[in-house]
Write a new protein. Structure first.
Length: 421
């Protein structure tokens, strides 16, 4: 009886265990299914993450491309602005440049005409002196010898030819000296025509009708020839001095050319803290070099002499620019210095932009009013909107220096009340 109960109990326990085992197996299967679903979700999320990372990289590349495109557009815009400003200066300077050239030509022509008139006056005075000598000479009848008689007609002919040759030689020497000095001037043709006219008329001053041929003698011939030689001897000295000046000028230009060729090669090998010591040489080459492209290159070197100039270095460069503007005049200041300032307003270093902001107000008084209230004002307007505070402050101070120089009061009030109120 007991064994039957134990057996029944074991069977019941076995059934219970089987049920529990079956339940565990079901839970295991459900867990495996959940695991598969989780793995599938992880795979999907991984793929989604990879896709998002790829999209992010693409967007970053697109941002870089857009930034580069923006920089290129800014550079193109600054180039266009510089070209527009240079065209404005060229248009504004063409009219005044023509007036200056015409004025210089007229001044030079008047100077050379005055020189020729002085030479002609001297020749006339010499002819009058010769006439007085001829009038004071004794009658030819007192000098006639018994065995040797001089023919008045032959004497007159000899004297006329000799005087004509002496006067022509002096005029030729004077013309040669002046032509050597003025060989490069645009008024040479008109001066030569004037010289030819007077050279043709000078021998006419010694017309036989103006000379008393009846009162000539051998002594008068020698005195007149000596006087003409003294007049002509002073002109070769003048010609020699002009030649010396031409040689000296040519030597000076050669020195300036050597200096201009050597400076761009020397500057990179000079320590940055000592480069301002090259400024006198750079200024001399810019001021005296005859080629405009070389001057532009040297001016570019001047503004880019120091990569990030401090306050003292900026002051030295500004003083050099102001001194250069005083020496070269308005036209070269507008065509050579201001374009370099325009190129610096978009420079990546704020020290370079600050240099331009501090220079504009001081350079404004060395340009024409129409450039002052157009190009320089445009530079200051851009710098006053700069991202750096120090640049904006310097631009505001230079704007205060610039405003009183405006000739147009409407422009003054418009800028002071609206743009920067």
């Amino acid at each position: 009886m007991n064994s039957m109960q134990e057996k029944f109990t074991l069977l019941r326990e076995n059934e219970i265990l089987l049920k529990q085992n079956k339940g565990l197996n079901q839970e295991k299967e459900s867990l495996l299914k959940n695991k598969d679903q989780a793995n599938a979700q992880i795979g999907a999320l991984t793929k989604s993450l990879e896709a998002m990372q790829k999209d992010l990289k693409d967007k970053e590349n697109m941002v870089q491309v857009l930034k580069q495109s923006l920089e290129n557009q800014r550079k193109d815009l600054s180039d266009c602005r510089a070209e527009i400003s240079s065209l404005k200066m060229h248009i504004a300077g063409s009219g005044s440049g023509n007036n200056m050239v015409v004025g210089d030509v007229n001044n030079i022509q008047s100077q050379y005409l005055e020189r020729y008139e002085e030479e002609i006056k001297k020749l006339k005075m010499e002819v009058e002196h010769l006439k007085e000598k001829n009038i004071r000479a004794p009658e030819p009848s007192n000098l006639v010898g018994s065995g040797n008689e001089i023919s008045p007609t032959d004497d007159t002919a000899i004297e006329i030819h000799e005087d004509r040759g002496a006067i022509s030689n002096t005029v030729d020497v004077a013309l040669g000296a002046v032509q050597d000095e003025a060989a490069q001037l645009p008024v040479v043709q008109s001066i030569n025509e004037y010289a030819d006219k007077h050279e043709d008329t000078s021998p006419g001053l010694l017309n036989p009708a103006n000379i008393n041929s009846a009162s000539e003698s051998n002594n008068n011939f020698s005195k007149q020839n000596d006087g003409q030689q003294e007049v002509g001897s002073s002109l070769p000295v003048k010609s020699d001095s002009l030649n010396d000046e031409a040689i000296s000028e040519k030597t000076g230009l050669g020195t300036i050319q050597i200096l201009a060729d050597a400076l761009p090669k020397i500057v990179p090998y000079v320590l940055i803290n000592h480069r301002e010591e090259l400024l006198p040489l750079i200024m001399c080459a810019i001021e005296r070099h005859p080629d405009s492209s070389t001057r532009d290159s040297l001016t570019h070197t001047l503004f880019n002499l120091i990569k990030r100039p401090d306050e003292q270095q900026r002051r030295i460069i500004m003083d050099a620019c102001v001194s250069l503007a005083k020496n070269v005049g308005e036209m070269r200041t507008e065509t050579e210095l201001l374009p370099q300032c325009w190129e610096q307003i978009s420079h990546m270093y704020e020290e370079r932009r600050l240099l331009v902001a501090q220079s504009c107000g001081e350079l404004a008084e060395f340009v024409r009013p129409e450039i002052r209230d157009s190009l320089i004002l445009s530079i200051v307007q851009q710098l006053i909107e700069d991202s750096a505070v120090v640049v904006r402050e310097a631009a505001a101070r230079n704007l205060a220096m610039l405003l009183p120089l405006f000739p147009d009061m409407d422009k003054y009030f418009k800028v002071s009340l609206t743009k920067f109120a």
